[in-house]
Design a protein around this ligand. Structure first.
Ligand SMILES: [Zn+2]
Length: 259
C-alpha cells in the first residue's frame, strides 16, 4: 500500500508546506483514527513531505479523543464507549495530558428526545488548544487543496478558531465569513456531510481566500480562514491562533491574529 502511495505522489509537491518540498508520503486528513470501524470518505489523501506527514501523530490521537468525547451522545447520555473508543482513550491517558479544564454544566438541546438536557461544557487546556489548533491548520491546508485544487503558498496565513460544544457552529461560520468584509465575494461553495465528518468551504473567485468549517462526530469543530494574499488585512474577528507554513519550517504558529 505504502509503495503504491509513493508512486502516486511521485513528482508532486507537499500541499502542507507551501508546495516547496517534494511529496514523499500520503497524508490522511482527516486521519484514519477519526473513522474507527467506519468508512472513511474517499479523496482525502494528500501528497505530503515526510516532515509534515510525521509532524505530530499524537495530535491525531488528541483530535480523535476530543471528537469522540464531544460527540452529542457522549456529552448527553454518557453512552458506554465502543471498545475502539475505549482503547483510544486508554492509550490517550497513558501518553498525553488530559485536554480539558474542569467543566461546568450547560443546557443542550437533545434532538433525539427533543428536550433540553444538562451537558458538560468542555474547555480545553492551553496546551491541548495549541495542539488542536496546529492540527486544525493542517486539516485546513488539506481542505484548501481538496476544494481549490492548488497548494496554498508559503505566503499564506491560516487563522484558526476552535469551537467548543457550547458554541453554535453555523453561527460561527457565518460570523467568520462576515469578518472578512463585504469587498470579498465568497461565491464558490462546497459542502460535505458525512456521519463522522462534515465541512463547509467558501472561497472567493480569485481563489486566494477561503473560510471553512469542519466538524467531527457532530461535536468537536473549528472555523478557519486561509489568506493567500497576505498584503490584504482581513482580520476583524479575533481569531485565537494564527499560523503560516513554508518548506523550511512546515506549519508553524506566528504572532497573534487579533486585528
Ligand atoms: Zn511538507
Amino acid at each position: 500500500m505504502a509503495r503504491n502511495h509513493r508512486k502516486v505522489w511521485q513528482g508532486k509537491k507537499c500541499v502542507l508546506c507551501g508546495g516547496q518540498r517534494p511529496a514523499e508520503d500520503c497524508e490522511h486528513a482527516p486521519p484514519k483514527v477519526l473513522f474507527l470501524g467506519q468508512t472513511r470518505p474517499k479523496g482525502w489523501e494528500f501528497p505530503s513531505c515526510k516532515r509534515c506527514n510525521n509532524g505530530a501523530s499524537s495530535n491525531d490521537t488528541l483530535a480523535a479523543y476530543v471528537a469522540y468525547s464531544q460527540a452529542p451522545d457522549a456529552i448527553l447520555h454518557s453512552t458506554p464507549l465502543s471498545s475502539h473508543q475505549q482503547k483510544l482513550i486508554n492509550g490517550f491517558g497513558n501518553n498525553l495530558p488530559f485536554p480539558y479544564k474542569q467543566g461546568h454544566s450547560v443546557p443542550v438541546y437533545d434532538e433525539t428526545t427533543q428536550t433540553w438536557k444538562s451537558a458538560r461544557h468542555v474547555e480545553y487546556t492551553d496546551q491541548a488548544a495549541t495542539s488542536l489548533a496546529l492540527w486544525a491548520a493542517k486539516q485546513s491546508l488539506a481542505m484548501w487543496y481538496r476544494f481549490i485544487g492548488t497548494i496554498a503558498s508559503h505566503h499564506s496565513t491560516i487563522d484558526i478558531s476552535l469551537l467548543t460544544n457550547a458554541m453554535h457552529p453555523d453561527g460561527e461560520f457565518e460570523q467568520a465569513l462576515h469578518s472578512i468584509g463585504p469587498s470579498f465575494s465568497m461565491s464558490t461553495k462546497k459542502n460535505l456531510v458525512d456521519q463522522n465528518f462534515s465541512c463547509k468551504f467558501q472561497c472567493n473567485s480569485q481563489k486566494n481566500l477561503a473560510v471553512m468549517f469542519a466538524q467531527y462526530h457532530g461535536g468537536f469543530a473549528f472555523v478557519s480562514k486561509i489568506n493567500d494574499r497576505p498584503s490584504a488585512k482581513l482580520s476583524r474577528l479575533g481569531y485565537q491562533y494564527k499560523f503560516s507554513t513554508n518548506g523550511h519550517d512546515g506549519i508553524h504558529q506566528i504572532k497573534s491574529g487579533r486585528a
